[in-house]
Each structure stands twice: as C-alpha cells, then as structure tokens.
Write a protein that binds this ligand. Sequence first.
Ligand code: ZN
Length: 445
Amino acid sequence: MDHIREEDFINKKPDGTVKQINPFTANEVWTVPGRAGRPLANVKPATLTPLARHTEDDYCDFCFKNYLETPPEKSRIVLEGGQYVEKSHQSVDELYRTRALFRRIPNLFEIVSYDYWSRNFDYRLSDATARWRDSYLSNPRGLEHVLSIVNKKLLLQGHSRQAVDAMSATEKLEIANAFFGGSHEVIVVDRHYDPAAQYESDLFSSGSMTPDEHYQYFKFVVGSLHNLFEGNRYIRYVSVFQNWLRPGGASFDHLHKQLVAIDEWGTSIEREVELARNDMNIYNANTVNYAGYHNLVIAENEHAIAFADFGHRFPTVAVYAKSAETFPWVLHAEELRGFSDIVHGIHAAMGPFIPCNEEWYYQPLDAIYPLPWHILIKWRVTTLAGFEGGTKIYVNTLSPEDIRNQLVPQLFDLRYRGKIAPFTIAMECSCKPNSLKYYKSAVRT
Ligand SMILES: [Zn+2]
C-alpha cells in the first residue's frame, strides 16, 4: 500500500469540506458542509412509544424469563455478598437459583461453526467439555432443554416440523455439540430496558451501566476471549464486537457482545500487522500523537485515551489502551479498569439512541509485531449509497471535530453528575506524545 502522507489524514477545504484519508485502511472520506452538524448525542428519537412494562423481563430470548430459550450457558457473573462471582457450567436446575448479571452463551447461529472446526481441523471437544455435556444431558430436564433448542434451530433454519420430528435424538445431540464446544459466543447483559425506562427506546445500553458494572462486563468478555483461545488451539484470532440497535446490525435490542473465533487474522488485522512491522511507532504517530496535535482528543486517563477518529465510513471514536501489554487478558487489573472507564464514558456520552458497532482490535496470538489493543465505536447513522459505490469516496455526516464537539459537553455533564469515572476531558488531557507503550512488548518477546 502506498504511504499516506500525514497532511492528507485530514484536509480542510476553504468551503468547509473536510477530506480525510485513513492511515490504516486508506479509506477516503469526505464531510460535506450542509450535510453535517446534526446533533445526535443523547437526543431522544422524534417518535416515542410508551413502554408497557412486564412484571418479569420477557421482552426477547435474552431476557431473564427466557433463559431456556437459549442454549446451555457456559458461565455467568452473579453478585454475592457485594462480590462479583463467576459460576461456570450451571446445570438446568441451577439456572434460576441466581440472577445472572452477565451470561456467556453459545450463539444459536454460528458464523464460524463447530462443524467448520471439526471438519477442517479435526477439532474435538476437550475431555472437560465432554464431561460437562454428558453431565448436562444426564439430567432429563437438561436433555429436554437441549433437544428443544436443537428443534428450534432446525425450524428456524427452514426444516419442516415433520422433518424435525423424524430426526433421531442421536442426530440432534450431534448438532448440540456446537452448544458445548463451539466458539461463537454471546455475552448477554441482564437488563433489557433501563430501570427508569418510560418509552420503548429507553433500552439498557453500555452507557447505562455504572463504571463498575461496565468494568465487570469488560473483564468477563476478556476472560471469555482468553478461554476460547485456550479451548481450541486452531484459533488464530477472535473477533469481538457489539452491535447496538437494528441499524447497527443487532438482531436483538438486548445489550450483548459477540465473540467469533476464526482461523485467520482477517484483512484489517493483516494490514495493521504489516504497517506495524514497517514502522513500529505507527500507532503513536498516526493515532494519539496526531489526534493530540489536532485537538481531537476527547478523554484520557493513565491507562487509555479516546479521540475523534478520521477516515471512517461512519463517524468513529477510537479508544486505545496505553498498556505495554498487547493481549487483552494480560493487562493488569487497573489498566483494564482504566480502559473500561474511558469506553464506558464514550458510550454514556453518546447515550442509548445512536446505533453503533463497538469493534475490538488487538495483536493476534501468532503475531510477533505488537499492536496496541484498541476499540473503535462506529456510529451507524449514515446509509451508504450509489455515490460511495461508484467513487469509493465515502460521505460521512460528521467531521472528527463535529464528533468531538458532540461528546465533550456530554462528558463534562456526566462527570459533574458522577455518572462516569473522573478522567480528564478534551483540553484537560495531557496528550503526551507516544503515550501508547505497546512497542515495549516487542523488546520482551
Ligand atoms: Zn431482552
């Protein structure tokens, strides 16, 4: 890929057009005056439907009352005596003994399936996983649960009721191996709606949590990520993402993240590794240093930094971990907390009404060139159309400065009200050059 000059990252024209080129993807993006500036952050939708509150949450399959509508749970986090405790492999009889704050469950429709790993790599259930499966199925209610989920899956896949009824239990249990040993998972949050919800749009979002809850959520996802790598040695990367609201690609309005294991790095990470190999300091130079010099930094603490990113098809906020550790599960607890606090703050400042994707990027397990762990939060507020298809120039409705200007006042307000962790905002940030210490991990390996 041709070298992209720093003066082309963001180029403001006299008429107000802001041309941008992303230094990692080479995407060309324009923000055109007149199409920009719509206020978005924390603005309620124009049409509001009053919410009919149910006594127990049963708004979707991820809700409390519908635990049995999803496959067997791998683990959950519960609050016991003020402590967050992880409980793994709950039997069907234990599902309702506690209320899960977060649940780790298999995705019913895997993007990369158990079958893919089993046929292409000869991947098999580990002894421990096979024991869990056998013990779950040895309970008649567990067996009934698993068979009902297999039936549901087959029907949703378009098989007729007659064909599903004609299948043997053995065939169905073969399909159920994906529930126990598959590597596409969903991490579901307890609440569907905000506790104070009045309208159907008042959903419980990442920003609705307290900073502490968000940290526990983050920690649980990171632990699950590590566990996937440990359970299947053929995995080369696990894609971690959160689709929020239908325009963001979510099939449920109920907050969840997904982890999808793959046997390659994927094009984005391959390109990033290549760039980092050529210039070890590229992440400092092209992200945080540049953002600091151009006043695009939105928030910062000792362990992380967020800025309005440039050259994305959708308005995007980037959050980078400063840690010298590059694998998310190796970060020290205080580093993970600091990173989580900033990500939480950005979500809280956006509010629950903006559809978005939260995408995680980190160093692949089998890469020796360090990449800093970072998260992009992309606002799915524009629809790509013919102009983009024909020119590969993407028109984005908000410039990086617009994004910063939307979030900064919200962050000051949230911090004043004690809703987010007390990190520095905008002009208060230190913006020291080379604040990302990922490159240090190269010296150690
Ligand atoms: Zn729900």
